[in-house]
Design a protein around this ligand. Structure first.
Ligand code: 3PG
Length: 396
């Protein structure tokens, strides 16, 4: 991990502080439907405001590709952010130029403003020098609190760190500390659970983890691709048959690295993915030809829980079954509760992240009971792939 400066080392009093946040939150009909990213950002903004900074929040929202797309305005999100920080948040209709300058110049120490979507300008994604200069003209100090956008080498996530004194915000700091504890300097043995439907999106994750962790649990639809590659009949289940050689190569490299690969020994099967559908629990070598595997079975859950109890660190990305539809949430929820219990007992460090994972853990009611749950999607995956994230590197 790159070494970085934190807010404890920054003198922000009366300074204009540009905070790169990730306000890319789910919105439906102009309302924020999940404010987790805003809740996590609030401590950084409050800390800076309490220290007398003039706080200027920069973010992208969605992918407008250099156009002013009204549905992708940050205005409603700025209003939702005001609720989280418990004070007024000003809004500028542009992130550079006269509209931005007017709002920034009017800020008093301790006040906060959000500037309009950075991606209304092509210079953001192009990491363009003139755009970086225009942003930098609005601030004295740069704080990056957007780990979830740190896999992008954009003007506000990477470029700005080279032209202004740069610091990690509280959320970025917490995220980097948790991720380091989980994968870079973990307490061993380490278990990684990787689930989700396809291995094609997680090949690099699986390859990197197989070289680093002690136990690699493969669940979700992607387990079927591994089972099929080993000659197990999986009926109508989701499977990437063309990746059989790749799956075998991952199994082989794990074996060489001394990583124990854990695949399901039983499964819950049904005709299809429908609520209330009749289900059957079968041994993994007895999946009927006309059925689909939709969750791992109880014997697998028991073995997984026993194994987890012997581990000191858990890194989790992706559900074990089709958790959005009952009863195929059973295995994911059972393992999530077990992990939360072990964390509570103090015997396990459990770090989870990536799109579906947060939804699954929240569904199980343990979203706040693991050691750290990241709100990052793509950035969390790239980090699990072992890649250096440009936004993190630039802080070093
Ligand atoms: C995310 O939601 O994962 C981040 O905000 C990054 O968004 P992007 O994939 O559009 O760069």
């Amino acid at each position: 991990m790159a070494r970085f400066k934190t807010l404890d080392q920054a003198d922000v009093n009366n300074k204009r502080v540009l905070v790169r946040a990730d306000l890319n939150v789910p919105v439906k009909e102009g309302r924020v439907t999940d404010a987790t990213r805003l809740v996590r950002l609030a401590p950084t903004l409050t800390d800076l405001a309490n220290k007398g900074a003039r706080v200027i929040v920069l973010s992208h929202f969605d992918r407008p590709k250099g156009q002013r797309v009204p549905e992708m305005s940050l205005k409603p999100i700025a209003a939702a952010l005001a609720k989280e920080v418990g004070k007024a948040v000003a809004f500028a209709e542009d992130c550079i130029g006269p509209a931005a300058e007017k709002v920034v110049n009017a800020l008093q120490p301790g006040q906060i403003a959000v500037l309009e979507n950075l991606r209304y300008h092509t210079g953001e994604e192009a990491n363009d020098a003139a755009f970086i200069k225009a942003l930098a003209a609005l601030g004295d100090i740069y704080v990056n609190d957007a780990f979830s956008a740190a896999h992008r080498a954009h003007a506000s996530t990477e470029g700005l760190a080279h032209v202004l004194p740069a610091y990690a915000g509280r959320q970025m700091q917490a995220e980097l500390e948790a991720l380091t504890a989980a994968l870079e300097q973990p307490q061993k043995p380490v278990m990684a659970i990787v689930g989700g439907s396809k291995i094609s999106t997680k090949l690099d994750v699986l390859t990197n983890l197989a070289a680093k962790v002690d136990v690699l649990v493969i669940g979700g639809g992607m387990a079927n691709t591994f089972l099929n590659a080993q000659g197990v009949a999986i009926g109508k289940s989701l499977c990437e048959k063309d990746l059989a050689d790749t799956a075998r190569a991952i199994l082989e490299s794990a074996k060489k690295a001394g990583c124990d690969i854990f695949l399901p020994s039983d499964a819950v099967v049904a005709d299809g993915l429908k609520e209330g559908v009749a289900t059957q629990t079968v041994a993994i070598n007895a999946v009927p030809a006309d059925k689909m595997i939709l969750d791992v079975g109880p014997a697998t859950v028991k073995a997984l829980k026993d194994k987890l109890a012997t581990c000191k660190t858990l890194l989790w990305n992706g559900p074990l079954g089709a958790f959005e539809v009952k009863p195929f949430d059973a295995a994911t929820f059972a393992v999530a509760h077990h992990a939360a219990d072990l964390v509570k007992k103090g015997s396990l460090i459990a770090v989870a992240g990536g799109g579906d994972t947060v939804g699954a853990l929240n569904g199980a009611g343990v979203g706040d009971k693991l050691t750290y749950v990241s709100t990052a999607g793509g950035a969390f995956l790239e980090w699990m792939e072992g890649k250096e994230l440009p936004g993190v590197k630039a802080l070093g």
